[in-house]
Ligand binder design. Structure first.
Ligand code: SF4
Length: 515
């Protein structure tokens, strides 16, 4: 049966079979308003012939639009199979057009949709919409689109729509864009994702779940649209959240979750309330991974046992740098000695080995030289460091006049000591970065250092599965969070993960074509 709306989405990775939430959140809103929606996941796994078959199956006279959720997809090419370049391939994937294919493939794919139904609109949402690159797109929807998409769909269906929410701006004769309007009438707190049978959920799959939206902080290098929100805003109400957990458990036995929440522990009030009203009230135990701020646990150590009791099995901190001046310059000012003490306390007393910990680190922050970075990374690389896993990335700038929500760094790089040498490197992408230099470092140098540390961490076995990857690697592999916690990334063979991912995708494919 053809659908009123078809949405393509995916999380690009060679080894991970993981769903992202956005497309399903939009689908839930549209379904609530009576529209039929088919979400098609793993977009870049399909070849052109298969994409055309999907169009033939789901696009028809009733199809109002075909949408693309663009936040985390990227071009796939032969770099994926180049095993000599374990860290570089990611960067090669990080150039983008509005579609994650070579231009001729995108053109043939979109042309086929228009041949099946010339009236069907092509809609691009997610992070890439702001760059408005492709002439193949009819409508770019920016920001959190839960509500604007519904109103746009009403408009396409010839139904009455809310003009205060839907402000369509022409870009040219053929294309429009729709800004994100915060509608006080729309209630995030009671919103849910109601997965349906045609979303093809697997038994025991690790699913994402939205706990809250936005971040109470405004770190200077970070550019999420809802940074700096008020402390208790945009947190899900306990009732709907509990319902969502129970529904997923009863339908698919799901107990493992990746929390979509920029800072899960942004207040003790929230951690306590969700424990008391949701996690301790469920008739089963859940396990989850979450983003945390370690400085907030330092400020309130009562959070630690609550997080463990709630079911947290792994967490990602954003320490970013153990150079105090550098961390202060981006708004993360806990003294490195206090950070280290806290991490040891979590490992040795509060959490033991029940919870794995990881953190992101950045090369190239203000005041950081190659020497200072190498000096403090010795502590991170040491086997006695309580962090199970870590990532190292170069500082990224995306200088682009079209960017709607630039970070403070991007809005004014000079004031932080950065010279943007070539902004064209990132002229159309969320992920690729503008070429920068500061008195101590350049982007190529920062890249090279980041690669060196990551490759060494993988090869030596120092980096263990922790954070979101610990949970993502459970999908389709039969491994549990505890199995993965005992391994090093080196022991989780990439070929094993790729094979398992291929098996799961084949199942998904069969089920989609059999709908
Ligand atoms: S880096 Fe993390 S804590 Fe800082 S603003 Fe971004 S999401 Fe929030």
């Amino acid at each position: 049966m053809t659908a009123d709306i078809v949405i393509f989405t995916e999380f690009t990775s060679t080894t991970v079979f993981q769903r992202l939430l956005g497309a399903y959140r939009i689908a839930t809103e549209l379904r609530k308003h009576g529209y039929t929606v088919q979400v098609v996941d793993y977009l870049t796994e399909w070849n052109l012939d298969e994409l055309k078959q999907i169009v033939d199956k789901f696009v028809g006279p009733n199809t109002l639009f075909v949408g693309f959720s663009s936040t985390l997809y990227a071009i796939r090419d032969q770099a994926l199979s180049d095993k000599s370049r374990p860290n570089h391939y990611r960067r090669e994937l990080r150039y983008t057009e509005d579609f994650p294919f070579k231009p001729e493939v995108s053109h043939a794919f979109i042309t086929h949709i228009k041949q099946v139904n010339p009236k069907t609109k092509i809609v691009l949402g997610g992070q890439r919409s702001q760059y408005k690159n492709s002439k193949l797109v009819d409508c770019f929807i920016h920001g959190y689109a839960d509500h604007t998409t519904v109103e746009y769909t009403h408009f396409l269906a010839g139904k009455p729509y809310d003009e205060t929410v839907l402000q369509m701006k022409p870009i040219n004769e053929h294309q429009i864009e729709i800004d994100w309007i915060k509608d006080p009438e729309w209630n995030f707190q009671t919103s849910q994702v109601l997965w349906q049978d045609n979303d093809l959920i697997y038994e025991n799959e690790v699913l994402p779940i939205e706990i809250s939206r936005g971040c109470i902080f405004r770190c200077d290098f970070c550019s999420f649209p809802m940074n700096g929100k008020d402390k208790f805003d945009y947190i899900k109400d306990s009732g709907p959240l509990k319902e969502e957990f129970i529904r997923n458990y009863e339908k698919w036995g799901i107990t493992n979750y990746i929390f979509a929440d920029d800072t899960y522990n942004d207040s003790i009030y929230k951690v306590e309330k969700l424990y008391n009203e949701v996690f301790s009230q469920l008739p089963f135990k859940i396990q989850f991974s979450a983003y945390l701020r370690h400085d907030l646990i330092h400020a309130n150590r009562d959070m630690a046992p609550l997080l463990k009791e709630s079911g947290m099995k792994t967490c990602v901190f954003g320490l970013e740098s153990l150079n105090h001046k550098s961390a202060l310059a981006i708004g993360k000012g806990l003294h490195p000695e206090k950070s280290k003490e806290l991490l040891h306390w979590l490992r040795d007393e509060a959490w033991g080995k029940d919870i794995t910990m990881s953190s992101g680190f950045i090369v190239g922050l203000p005041h950081e030289t190659e020497e200072t970075f190498r000096e403090w990374m010795k502590w991170v690389e040491d086997e006695n460091c309580p962090l199970d896993g870590y990532t190292v990335e170069p500082l990224g700038f995306n200088i682009n006049e079209k960017k709607i929500w630039p970070s403070k760094f991007e809005a004014n790089p000079e004031s932080y000591g950065y010279n943007i040498v070539n902004k064209g490197v990132a002229n159309n992408s969320f992920f690729r970065w503008s070429m920068w230099s500061n008195p101590h470092m350049t982007l190529p140098k920062a890249w090279a250092i980041a690669d060196e540390y990551i490759m060494r961490g993988y090869r030596s076995g120092r980096i263990k599965p922790a954070g979101f990857f610990q949970f993502m690697w459970m999908n389709g592999t039969g491994l549990t969070a505890d199995d993965l916690a005992g391994m090093s990334v080196r022991n989780v063979s990439a070929d094993f993960l790729k094979d398992k991912k291929a098996e799961w995708f084949q199942l998904y494919k069969n089920r989609l074509f059999n709908l």
